[in-house]
Design a protein around this ligand. Structure first.
Ligand SMILES: [Zn+2]
Length: 335
């Protein structure tokens, strides 16, 4: 029975979005595990805390309760401010390119002549492919080893952008250029699926949940130990639900990238480099073969196991050779 549970938690079955009759990025099993269960868990945990709070904390009269509400409110506002800061930092300190404009394209080509028009054209093709009305701006962060997507505000139609680490632009052979585009596609996938906006909602629920729980504990009196135990268990369950949700968001973004570009091998090249160069090595589980290791990993890590992402991309390319060929043909490179 334990093996069955571990297998369910691990869930590494190959889902092919190309042949899925609804064009779904996730299989039904993945949707249950990555969206429905974590969503229900987080809403359920908040509802349970609210119910406990209403019966045990004695209303809003006490100073502790009022301050805990204030803290909960701050936990709503702080992430928004952090996003804005991120954006401000990026606009002030990092070279910034709006490739929708001629000036933006020219300035990118002048700074990165070896990528130049290949990259700007391909990036615009890619954003059209992913049905962005306007290509999100690009920031180059020389110190940063990876790539990430950001939004500057939760309000609709505000700025969204992609941050690219300088080292990713270092190699200019065709494979590296394709890999760079595949990484951009992954980040654009997060923006497309509004992953940041959704995370914000769940983080807010988590914040309110935790602080209502703490207020309850501080007001608890004789029930202190029981309520403290509830709070710890609640926080732990919330965290697992949140990580599960994020792992499946990563799977989605990976698949968006593979479908839009077909650059599976090149995408993997980037991951393999990451693993061998050490950055991710420490975070990877040592033994990948058994379901228990993988299931345990799945409960504690915000990202899927990189080695399993590599296997997925390889299998995707192997199962959809014609599809990948056609996707790849949309992008051009001069050398
Ligand atoms: Zn991602």
């Amino acid at each position: 029975m334990f093996k069955k549970i571990a297998q369910f938690l691990d869930n590494n079955d190959f889902h092919n979005p190309v042949t899925d009759k609804n064009g779904s990025l996730l299989s039904t099993k993945e949707k249950i595990k990555g969206r429905i269960l974590p969503g229900l868990a987080q809403v359920g945990l908040l509802a349970t805390t609210l119910a406990f709070y209403a019966t045990t904390a004695g209303g809003l009269s006490s100073l502790v309760s009022i301050s805990s509400f204030a803290v909960a409110l701050i936990s709503v506002v702080v992430p928004e401010i952090t996003y804005r800061w991120g954006y401000r930092y990026a606009t002030k300190k990092l070279p910034r390119f709006d490739l929708n404009t001629e000036a933006g394209k020219q300035s990118f080509c002048a700074q990165y002549p070896n990528h130049g028009a290949d990259f700007t054209n391909n990036y615009l093709t890619l954003t059209k492919e992913l049905e962005f009305e306007k290509a999100p701006e690009i920031f180059i962060d020389k110190q940063y080893r990876g790539a990430s997507a950001h939004i500057s505000s939760l309000l609709p139609e505000k700025k969204r952008f992609v941050r690219i680490g300088g080292p990713l632009l270092k190699d200019t052979d065709t494979a590296s250029k394709n890999g760079l585009l595949a990484i951009c596609a992954h980040e654009l996938g997060h923006l497309m699926k509004k992953d940041y906006e959704n995370s914000f909602l769940f983080n807010t629920a988590k914040g309110i949940n935790i602080f209502l729980g703490l207020s309850m504990v501080l007001n608890a009196g004789t029930l202190f130990c029981a309520e403290m135990a509830y709070c710890v268990a609640n926080g732990w369950a919330n965290d697992i639900a949140d990580k599960k949700r994020r792992q499946y968001k990563e799977r989605e973004a990976d698949r968006i990238s593979l479908m839009a570009t077909g650059f599976a091998e090149e995408y993997n090249h980037f991951y393999k480099q990451f693993i061998t160069e050490g950055n991710l090595k420490a975070y990877e589980p040592k033994k990948l073969s058994d379901h228990f290791t993988r299931a345990r990993w799945g409960l504690t890590a915000p990202h899927p196991i990189v080695a399993s992402r590599i296997v997925y991309a390889d299998t995707f390319a192997h199962k959809n050779p014609e599809y990948c060929e056609k996707a790849r043909a949309k992008y051009s490179h001069s050398k």
